[in-house]
Write a protein that binds this ligand. Structure first.
Ligand code: PEP
Ligand code: MN
Length: 334
């Protein structure tokens, strides 16, 4: 970090900053400029928090050289991380992965029908939420632990690893017994305690981008998980809130090549939640693959018209088969 001093900062003020740098265990390196001084902070291993310097007199600005997400950054870990979800590799240069299944676990018949359909069409992983973070408390909240058992049973039957959401720390152990990958949803992307605990469980984590999170905040959230010793993190872009209202969210696919350069963690795209409309899911899933996503996650329901959650964006089995055929046509093996 560089601490830029005011042009009229006094030598005493500069010395107070130097001393604060030393107190933090770093070395201050004054860099004289034309009419102002900057103080370089040397000796840091990672990001230096500007908090201890804020409010000291004579400081004009802070320039960060290191980003606040060292572990997720390619700078410190150039090779791709390949996350293994129940044996399925997920990585920037692996075969693109397709995660499919219903938004919510509604019943044993519903999940089994969805699981059979997505397996038959070639999905690699089964998704389904037993715990649902709903905007309003009157909406279907998910079947909870009972839903987890239903999901586990369907996954066993068709032989697909499972991705399912965990919303609270006190659910973690039981969710982790069923899940091959723990999903942390958009609304919990900055639930830092939950992130830390998921990092300790030792299962892969699928971290969805918060609906108003910048990419730096997204990566900093992943850093919480990695800091606990768990590198097995898959990022998921699911669109963000903007002024645009025509679709459910705004999906910026430039994020895919940007994050490929910024992080070794794989990124998948969720066009279902990004768009909110099933007719737009197939072309955008294809586009995500074209820009190099490590995979896609799509919602599939045996009868979308009767879905208790996110029916309008859910593909039916035939729609999902067509999507898989399309993806295979230009990415063999997808
Ligand atoms: C989901 O994938 O089930 C979900 C709730 O999505 P998001 O957290 O992206 O809204
Ligand atoms: Mn959903």
């Amino acid at each position: 970090m560089l601490i830029v001093m005011d042009h009229n900062a006094t030598p005493e003020q500069i010395e107070v900053v130097n001393q604060r740098v030393r107190d933090l265990g770093f070395t201050p390196q004054p860099i004289p400029g034309g009419h102002r001084v900057a103080i370089g902070v040397l000796g840091n291993q990672g990001y230096v928090d500007e908090g201890p310097f804020r409010g000291l007199p004579g400081i004009r600005d802070f320039v960060h050289v290191t980003k606040p997400f060292k572990l997720v950054s390619r700078d410190f870990h150039p090779e791709d991380t390949v996350v293994r979800v129940g044996g399925v590799p997920v990585g920037w240069n692996e075969e693109p992965v397709v995660i499919a299944g219903p938004c919510a676990v509604e019943s044993a018949d519903q999940v089994l029908a969805a699981a059979r359909a997505v397996k038959a069409a070639g999905a690699h992983l089964l998704r389904g939420g037993a715990f649902k973070p709903r905007t309003g408390p009157h909406s279907f909240q998910g079947l909870g632990f009972e839903g987890l058992e239903i999901l586990a049973e369907a996954a066993r039957e068709v032989g697909l690893p499972v991705v399912t959401e965990v919303m609270r720390i006190d659910q973690l152990d039981r969710v982790a017994r069923v899940a091959d990958c723990l999903q942390v949803g958009a609304r919990n992307m900055q639930n830092f305690d939950l992130l830390k605990e998921t990092g300790r469980v030792g299962k892969p984590v699928l971290l969805k981008r918060g609906m108003s999170a910048t990419l730096d905040e997204f990566l900093a959230a992943a850093e919480y998980v990695l800091l606990e010793g768990n590198r097995q993190v898959i990022l998921c872009e699911r669109g963000i809130r903007t002024f645009e209202r025509a679709l459910r969210n705004t999906l910026d696919l430039a994020v895919v090549p940007y994050l490929r350069g910024a992080t070794h963690l794989p990124l998948i795209v969720d066009p279902s939640h990004a768009l909110g409309r099933r007719d737009l899911v197939p072309p955008v899933a294809r586009a995500a693959m074209v820009v190099g996503a490590a995979g896609v996650m799509v919602e599939v329901h045996p009868d979308p018209a009767s879905a208790l959650c996110d029916g309008p964006q859910s593909l039916d089995p035939a729609g999902f088969r067509a999507l898989m055929a399309d993806l295979r046509s230009f990415r063999p093996g997808a």
